[in-house]
Design a protein around this ligand. Sequence first.
Ligand code: HEM
Length: 182
Amino acid sequence: MSAQGEGRGRPGGVVDLHASLLPLAFLVGTWRGEGVGGYEGLEGFHYGQEITFAADGRPALGYVSHTWWADEPRDGREPGSPLATETGFWRVQPGEDGATVIEVTLAHPFGIAEIYVGSVAGTRIDLDHNVVIRTATARDVTRSVRLYGLVEGGDLAYAIDMEAGGKPMQSHLSARLRRVSD
Ligand code: HEM
């Protein structure tokens, strides 16, 4: 590992983790698993997901998530049909009184961008402050909160709640993912 931030990752697969990202070191790698989704008025569904957190020596982890339909065929979707994807960056900043602040910037392909500010304690990350920016044609999502954490067996679990379409904050997604590569 290196404390230097200038590099773009070394050739040969050796990756530097910027020193500021040590609180997020447990996330680095690729994770794969299954989740469940739903919302008020929406029939529940299962999805598959692969997430990669990538370190390249700079002071932010690159993040990309791909998901796919994992239920019986419905509304033109077959098992394996691509669903939501999102991409962005996770960085760590010093907070007040020794706290560790996490800033996450995400882009979605459906006209929405989001910034979360939250905290990390051990292997639990609360992304509890959020702003959503959306185009005129995007779904009416006004706020989201996320919780990520390691659970038994070293799996990564998360829950995402959102406020959308004038409905109160409620669960949209939760999943549990196994590490598939460093
Ligand atoms: C793991 C990632 C995600 C998956 C697998 C997923 C999947 C789905 C599915 C299958 C639906 C219902 C069918 C449809 O309308 O396409 C849906 C609805 C919706 N999703 Fe997601 N989604 C994901 C992430 C997100 C995120 C990050 C947002 C907000 C920024 C979001 C906002 C919405 C909204 C507003 C609806 C409509 C809810 C309603 O019926 O009122 N989704 N999602």
